[in-house]
Design a protein around this ligand. Structure first.
Ligand code: NAD
Ligand code: UDP
Length: 330
């Protein structure tokens, strides 16, 4: 069975979450604080926001540190979740050299910290390591098909190099590593200007603006609700030393982008028209996780399906945009 930590008595740990003020990181901080851990949330607020952690700032077990992972830091901790990195294409392509630095130097600095403190360290890797995949669904043993010189490479290759650093530190220095490969995750607290597809479509549909479909909309993604992902993180972190992964975490239910657009429009009852925009270069045509390994080793699978998760995400953005739910739930 998995190392499901939530059922038994939990001994509080001191945990560093880099990127903790971001979308996924802030949900992880919530979950750890609720479990009784002491959380140091480290973030330079590049794409994250104080709003995401405002409710935690006065909690005695929570500390926010404004810091860039490109610079070394020493904080005595038991565990490190390394999430610091812009995740949306528009943000990671804004300063691509910085994105590579954040991935590579961030990994080096967190691995150094783990080495000095003996902490266990988990890397938030990505399905983007598979690039535009020729193997479908994607299994962890697939090495991927990434264009190393294209506009997505700063993120994809940055994350691939971070995985390399993690596995070399494991083999060379015995660092206690875990690597998860995250597939498209969505939910409340995505930034309104995040630029990824779910938040774009929900905001566009709520405001009756055109839904921007890049290309024909026949490309596919498989969408995981954030609470499911965080549960996967916790379970992965609780596996025995030596179980490194990489493990795919995602929801295997696959949708075309056109289907997502239609579902969002229908669920909101929006009058938004569909507008076609050019397909970005190297945009992966299909993506679906094979989660056999996560099922077997973590006893994990997603519980929230798209319709339910979308409803929660719509409620979040409706509140942010000052729209009553009655207005949006027709
Ligand atoms: P996000 O942009 O909301 O969060 C990233 C956080 O990292 C932000 O708070 C940002 O301010 C912080 N950050 C960026 N550069 C930093 C730096 N140099 N120093 C310190 N902090 C820095 O994105 P997210 O969706 O929450 O993603 C979190 C992590 O999960 C990222 O590493 C991302 O690559 C990974 N991931 C996410 C998804 C997904 O679908 N959400 C998929 C694959 C991988
Ligand atoms: N996409 C789209 N309209 C948008 C934003 C994204 O059609 O407004 C498409 C994008 O081209 C890609 C898919 O949706 O095929 C998922 O994009 P996202 O940026 O969310 O994630 P990623 O491409 O990194 O999986």
């Amino acid at each position: 069975m998995s190392a499901q930590a939530s059922s038994g008595k939990h001994t509080p740990l001191r945990i560093l979450v880099t990127g903790g003020a971001g979308f996924v990181g802030s949900h992880l901080c919530d979950r750890l604080i609720a479990r009784g851990d002491h959380v140091v949330c480290l973030d330079n607020l590049f794409t994250g926001s104080r709003d995401n952690i405002a409710h935690l700032l006065d909690h005695p077990n929570f500390q926010f540190v404004n810091h860039d992972v490109n610079h070394p830091i020493f904080i005595p901790v038991d565990q490190i979740y390394n999430l610091a990195c812009p995740a949306s294409p528009i943000h990671y392509q804004y300063d691509p050299v910085m994105t590579v630095r954040t991935n590579v130097l961030g990994a080096i600095n967190m691995l150094d910290l783990a080495k000095r403190t003996g902490a266990r360290v988990m890397q938030a890797s990505t399905s983007e390591v598979y690039g535009d995949p020729e193997v479908h669904p994607q299994v962890e043993t697939y090495w991927g098909k990434v264009n190393p010189i294209g506009p997505r490479a700063c993120y994809d290759e940055g994350k691939r190099c971070a995985e390399t650093l993690f596995f070399d530190s494991f083999r060379q220095d015995g660092v206690d590593i875990k690597v998860v490969r995250i597939f498209n995750t969505y939910g409340p607290r995505m930034a309104i200007n995040d630029g990824r597809v779910v938040s774009n479509f929900v905001v566009q549909a709520l405001t009756n603006q055109p839904i921007t479909i890049y290309g024909e909309g026949q490309q596919t993604r498989s969408f995981c609700y954030v609470d499911d992902l965080v549960e996967g993180f916790i379970r992965m972190m609780a596996t025995p030393a030596g179980f490194t992964g990489p493990v795919n975490l995602g929801n295997p239910n696959e949708f075309t982008i056109l289907e997502l657009a239609q579902l969002t429009i229908d669920q909101i009852g929006s009058a938004s028209p569909i507008e076609r925009k050019p397909l970005p270069q190297d945009d992966p045509r299909q993506r679906q996780p094979d989660i056999s390994l996560a099922k077997a080793s973590l006893d994990w699978e997603p519980r929230t399906q798209l319709k339910e998760g979308l409803a929660k995400t719509i409620a979040h953005f409706a509140a942010l945009l000052g729209k009553g739910l009655a207005e949006t739930e027709r």
